[in-house]
Design a protein around this ligand. Structure first.
Ligand SMILES: [Zn+2]
Length: 71
């Protein structure tokens, strides 16, 4: 998780993070904004957001996302 702020390339496409970085909603990947955009277009994006909100409601602030749990 510490590498989130120091890494220079996107975990997903390997591109530069100069334009900004954001945590994936699906797992703990640190991704670039264009990957985030693609993620938001996924059909199950809403489900990923809801799952995260549900975990936070339960007090789990370390939820790894609907795909992160499988790692
Ligand atoms: Zn990317």
């Amino acid at each position: 998780m510490d590498k989130f702020f120091t890494q220079k390339t996107c975990d997903r496409c390997g591109g530069s993070l100069k334009g900004g970085r954001i945590m994936s909603m699906y797992n703990e990947d640190c991704i670039c904004l264009s990957c985030k955009e693609k993620e938001m277009k996924r059909k199950d994006y809403k489900k990923a957001v809801e799952a995260e909100l549900e975990e936070i409601k339960r007090g789990n602030y370390n939820y790894k996302g609907i795909e992160g749990e499988r790692k």
